[in-house]
Design a protein around this ligand. Structure first.
Ligand code: AMP
Ligand code: MG
Length: 508
């Protein structure tokens, strides 16, 4: 009867190995009493490691090797708590589709702890889908494989595009079904984030009039994300400015890659300026600023073209939460907060235009560039031209190959008129056409995570336990700028009728 002993040895192996893998340093759990609840994952019957992000692990200073098997399955399912981890469920509130919910919190997530990477940057390591917590309300605390893999894929795609984002370290299946509109394979995602501080974290305490708790949170956030501002005479205002800068920059980056987040609720808006919570998100195909794919966004609140103004609205909600700390006099506090929020528009426009200039192949700034960029988008909108391909084929055009661009337009009259302007504009700059085209190809991707490809990859994984399409797509979107003949199919848009009927679901 050797089996029980073998199991005991295996478990002790896991514990020993675990302590070597992570060096946790848990400031949120230790320094912020009353901001979270100590908690444990519920545990799952048959954890299996589906994918481990080796490159991300290495960049965190974590050796992926010992995690790439049963130990990783045990840790990333929540069955084994690694040494040094102090798992907590974080409290937060949030405006959801405009309405305030005073208590959301980690209903199915668990912050295991923080690791400091070799560059001294701190990261949260959190499980998502690890079971019910004190914040679960009606939910089951679980996640299913499709949305877990979607978040993995989208995070890597955004990272490769140079957009600030949280990323997946691992995906595991649990061996247990979760019940949605049908029974689906249960899964847990391990997420890495610069922090999980959200606008909604501040709102949780502000809405309870716990001003001192908000103050503590401001100090913590500054120490973590803006250490150069910790001695600022007005810490809350300094934090507000810093977050507005990061969020306006982030949303400009989304707009320039054609990303639609789908659920820009204030609980999904980070203080770090990283993209978080990839639910019903999608990349735009045929250009239309009204594009919205989320099944739960009936009013189109979070449509592509609304994202900049929603971003500002979300910053105003952060400002609301910070107002009592900005000045003792309420009128002055509101005036300062309003001024800070109003700066959002200019920051957004500057960053958006800087991105658009690079995408247009322009190295200098001239007054008419804004109208040149906007008129280009108007051309795309008029004929629903594929956003990603249009930019990429403009790079080819710049390199002396006009046909691929022209072929995207059924009617070329407007395009040709615009191209005359663009040509005239680039003659006002130095530069060799081939070099300009090469530079444009470094910012205008050829591969994005197209909706039909994502769905195909997730369906193969969920319905047929086949990860091959997922792996291929992940590899393709992880190198979005180098066009490869063999990957031609990944560059092609979905048929317009597919996109017209496409809906993404939180499916959580
Ligand atoms: P999300 O839509 O993922 O940003 O989640 C919004 C809120 O709902 C958060 O407080 C989540 O923790 C909670 N939530 C989402 N899905 C579940 C679930 N399956 N069980 C419990 N809470 C959940
Ligand atoms: Mg969320």
């Amino acid at each position: 009867m050797r089996a029980p002993r073998a199991v005991a040895e295996f478990v002790s192996d896991i514990r020993t190995a675990t302590s070597d893998v992570f060096e946790f340093d848990n400031t949120y759990a230790n320094e912020l009493a009353g901001f979270s609840a100590p908690w444990q994952a519920v545990g799952v019957p048959a954890p299996r490691l589906v994918r481990l992000n080796h490159a991300l692990a290495l960049s965190l200073g974590i050796d992926p090797q010992p995690l790439d098997g049963p130990l990783g399955a045990a840790i990333f399912s929540g069955n084994t708590t690694p040494n040094g981890a102090q798992p907590i469920a974080q409290a937060y509130a949030g405006h959801q589709f405009g309405g305030f919910a005073a208590q959301l919190g980690d209903g199915r997530a668990l912050l295991l702890g923080e690791v400091v990477d070799p560059n001294g940057v701190r990261h949260d390591i959190a499980l998502k889908g690890s079971g019910r917590t004190p914040f679960s309300r009606g939910g089951d605390g679980r996640a299913s494989l499709g949305p877990v893999l979607r978040e993995y894929l989208m995070g890597e795609a955004m990272y490769a595009l140079g957009v600030p984002t949280t990323r997946a370290l691992a995906a595991v299946t649990t061996g247990e079904p979760v019940l949605r509109d049908r029974a689906l394979p249960g899964a847990v995602l391990t997420r890495v984030a610069s922090s999980h501080l959200r606008v909604g974290t501040f709102q949780f305490f502000a809405s309870r009039d716990q001003v001192e708790m908000v103050r503590t949170l401001v100090d913590y956030a500054l120490a973590r994300h803006d250490p150069e501002l910790v001695d600022d005479p007005n810490p809350a205002l300094a934090l507000l400015d810093a977050v507005i800068l990061r969020q306006a920059t982030l949303i400009a980056a989304w707009m320039n890659v054609g990303f639609i987040h789908g659920v820009m609720n204030t609980d999904n808006v980070t203080v770090s300026g990283e993209t978080i919570d990839f639910g019903p998100c999608a990349f735009i195909e045929g250009f239309d600023s009204r594009a919205v794919f989320s099944s739960i966004d009936e009013g189109g609140r979070y449509a592509y073209g609304n994202q900049p103004s929603i971003g500002k609205w979300n910053m105003a909600r952060l400002a609301d939460a910070l107002v009592p700390l900005i000045h003792d006099d309420a009128d002055q506090a509101i005036a300062k907060a309003t001024h800070a929020v109003d700066a959002y528009d200019t920051i957004f426009e500057d960053h958006w235009l800087a991105g658009a200039r690079r995408k247009l192949g322009l190295a200098t700034d001239l007054d008419d560039d804004l109208s040149l960029a906007k008129d280009w988008l108007a051309q795309l909108a008029a004929q629903h031209v594929d956003f990603t391909l249009a930019w990429r084929r403009l790079a080819d055009f710049a390199g002396g190959d006009p046909e691929p661009l022209r072929e995207l337009f059924a009617d070329r009259t407007g395009l040709d008129t615009w191209l005359v302007r663009w040509r005239e504009r680039i003659t006002r700059e130095e530069g060799d056409p081939a070099e300009r085209a090469a530079e444009m190809r470094q910012i205008n991707p050829i591969y994005i995570a197209r909706n039909h490809l994502v769905e195909e990859a997730l369906a193969a994984a969920v319905d047929h336990d086949n990860l091959e399409p997922f792996d291929r797509l992940l590899a393709v979107v992880s190198r979005p700028f180098d066009e490869r003949v063999a990957d031609e199919r990944y560059a092609r848009p979905a048929p317009p009728e597919y996109t017209a009927g496409y809906r993404t679901f939180c499916g959580t």
